[in-house]
Design a protein around this ligand. Structure first.
Ligand SMILES: *Cc1c(COP(=O)(O)O)cnc(C)c1O
Length: 403
């Protein structure tokens, strides 16, 4: 089989037959001239149904995930929504990994619930709890691994076995791992979803999402037909410019992921040795509970590192005081980002049992020089030290006052 980086560069990228342009042109058009009524020159009719630039990106990503078909959407959430609406019926139940993207939970609990969809949150690392959550009407299992923001690792083959026993679908959000590190369809998943906004686009300059499906029949219809029809009839498609940017990013995914993984691993080890840090969440560390599973299931541990600091005040100060780790939501770009998940990406979970701890900070490690990033983290930790008020210090101050 052709290697990953070769496929990333060539799959779906049809050279321009008219000019010989090495990079396929961006087909910035809404409609296509017909040679007679319904006589389509190249199979394209209207860009909601199909567009060559979108098709090229879909084929490229489908090849890398090892799927039967792929569909690109205007955002990751639009992709998730389309998949759910394509396969679910009112009254269905979803098993949802508890430690996942907050917006996925919101989509299901706030929007899909109106159509009679229910869900149960489970610990993704505990297959017994997944099996125990299965109900007669469970139609779909949804898991994200590594998870967001705690970097838990789910056993994909184990999840797939439970889905098969139940005749349900297993959907894996592969945004964090990307097909370079992990191919969920190889473990028995039926569909993969991506926020291509993150590592696939890779440069923080485009929003997008994708669904890649296996060759699988569900409720008498192939997944490719169901999702393809939903994409056309629902209409939340990726536009030509966005498809082009995502395809361009995808060509260098392998190179970027190598760098993200190497730097994140160095930073995780360094952070683990700092007194201000009470815990580092990174599957590449031997003390991570999912380390061995991740080593078997992934070809690298990824570019996201979460850290727990002593308390809320030090976590906030850390997140707000760095230069290269810019404070913002999102992840997976060439530039490093820092986020305070409790009140940023996962704010919709506050007050629920899934709320994120107040001392947690998530780092998306970019491709800058590792020495510069360590210097930046040192700045952050100095701010964290200044912000936290250890009890010992207060006691000593009191003693001095009394003296
Ligand atoms: C960002 C993200 C999403 C949502 O994607 P959008 O492109 O923001 O709509 C879904 N899942 C994960 C894991 C994400 O990080």
């Amino acid at each position: 089989m052709t290697g990953f980086n070769t496929q990333a560069v060539h799959a779906g990228q049809h050279k321009d037959p008219h000019t010989g342009a090495v990079v396929p042109p961006i087909y910035q058009t809404s409609t296509f001239i017909q040679d007679g009524i319904n006589v389509l020159r190249s199979g394209h009719e209207y860009s909601r149904g199909s567009n060559p630039t979108r098709d090229g990106f879909q084929d490229q990503l489908t090849a890398l995930e090892g799927g039967a078909a792929g569909f690109a959407f205007a955002s990751g959430i639009a992709a998730e929504d389309a998949l759910l609406r394509a396969v679910l019926e009112p009254g269905d139940h979803i098993i949802l990994g508890a430690d996942g993207y907050g917006g996925t939970n919101r989509l299901i609990s706030k929007l899909h619930s109106k159509w009679g969809i229910t869900s149960s949150a489970v610990d993704i690392t505990n297959l017994d709890s997944v099996r125990a959550a299965v109900q007669p009407n469970t139609a779909l299992l949804w898991v994200e691994t590594p998870s967001n923001p705690l970097l838990g690792i789910a056993d994909l083959a184990g999840w797939a076995a439970i889905a098969r026993e139940q005749g349900a679908l297993l959907v894996v959000d592969n945004t964090f791992a990307t097909p370079y590190l992990q191919r969920p369809l190889d473990f028995g998943a039926h569909a993969v979803v991506h926020s291509t906004t993150k590592y696939i686009g890779g440069h923080s300059d485009v929003l997008g999402g994708a669904v890649i499906v296996a060759d699988h029949l569900f409720r008498g219809q192939s997944l490719a037909e169901a999702v393809g029809y939903q994409q056309f009839a629902g209409g939340a498609v990726a536009g030509p410019q966005d498809s082009y940017l995502a395809a361009r990013g995808l060509k260098t995914l392998g190179l970027r992921m190598e760098r993200h993984c190497a730097t994140a691993s160095t930073l995780a080890r360094w952070l683990d040795a700092q007194p201000e840090v009470t815990r580092v969440y990174y599957p590449g560390l031997e003390n991570h509970p999912g380390h061995e599973l991740a080593a078997r299931q992934q070809h690298g541990f990824g570019g996201i590192v979460s850290v727990a600091l002593k308390d809320e005040a030090s976590a906030r100060a850390f997140a707000e005081s760095m230069e290269y780790f810019q404070l913002s939501v999102s992840l997976g770009g060439v530039e490093s980002l820092v986020c305070y998940p409790r009140e940023m990406t996962h704010a919709s979970l506050i007050g629920t049992e899934l709320e994120i701890p107040a001392n947690l900070v998530r780092l998306s490690v970019g491709i800058e020089e590792v020495e510069d990033l360590i210097a930046d983290l040192q700045r952050g930790l100095a701010a964290a030290r200044a912000a936290s008020k250890p009890v010992v210090t207060r006691v000593r101050e009191k003693t001095l006052e009394n003296a």
